[in-house]
Design a protein around this ligand. Structure first.
Ligand SMILES: *Cc1c(COP(=O)(O)O)cnc(C)c1O
Length: 224
């Protein structure tokens, strides 16, 4: 695996409006450093402890993205520096992010994770649940979070039609929510969808952020 070459060919292929998040979960800081030296600045992690360990030894201008399920009691550890939390799936979590954002003197960028896959195991809210959150007076009172868009993961399947449909569904939700709640808010602009196996379909469907791990770093070894 040549990390720099992998990054270069991905960048060459992506339209300018699509941001590449390098998913570095399970990868050692040395490998992240190689990607950094090749110009990559946005990295995604899915575990708070691992994120903290890496953040403490890697350059300060890295933009860290939290892409995995986040427990409320761990928000405080990442609030001082996290760039964007892709996995907000409840008002309770958003309120906690707001509280810790206030303590840290920051406005923390968040995406609402919407469940689009058929699998039961995927985290995320339904579209209806997301609208309930946005309609709530509690949400409207939060000053230290900024919802910047939606995130979703498609079903893990070879059926490209199904995957494409799910991405288009998420893009549709994004447009409806933007029109109804964010029509005067230019910050609401991101659709985080697409991984190594399905990013082309995601980009076709309107993705603005793809989260790529194995295509950059190679297969993950969870037994290490
Ligand atoms: C691991 C992970 C990715 C990247 O997966 P690859 O298939 O290695 O590109 C993207 N998004 C989330 C939420 C992940 O957990």
């Amino acid at each position: 695996m040549n990390i720099a070459e992998n990054l270069a060919s991905l960048r060459k292929e992506l339209p300018a409006h699509v941001k590449l998040i390098a998913v570095s979960k399970t990868m050692l800081p040395e490998l992240i450093r190689v990607a950094y030296d090749a110009g990559q600045r946005a990295f995604g992690e899915n575990k708070v402890q691992e994120l903290l360990e890496k953040q403490s030894v890697l350059p300060g201008d890295i933009e860290w993205h939290m892409i995995g399920h986040l427990q409320s009691n761990k928000v405080k550890y990442i609030a001082p520096f996290i760039h964007l939390i892709h996995s907000v799936d409840s008002l309770k979590l958003l309120s906690e992010i707001n509280r810790e954002g206030e303590k840290a003197g920051r406005i923390i960028g968040c995406l609402l994770q919407i469940r689009i896959a058929k699998e039961e195991t995927k985290y995320g809210m339904t579209y209806t649940h997301a609208m309930e959150l946005l309609n709530s007076s509690e949400y409207k009172s939060l000053k230290n979070v900024r919802i910047r868009g939606l995130m979703g993961m498609a079903t893990f399947t070879e059926d490209n039609k199904q995957v494409s449909l799910e991405f288009k569904q998420l893009a549709g939700y994004f447009r409806m929510i933007r029109q109804q709640y964010f029509s005067t808010d230019a910050w609401f602009a991101e659709i985080s969808m697409g991984m190594s196996g399905d990013y082309r379909l995601a980009v076709e469907a309107g993705s603005t952020m793809i989260r790529i791990g194995s295509l950059i770093f190679g297969e993950r070894n969870y037994n290490k």
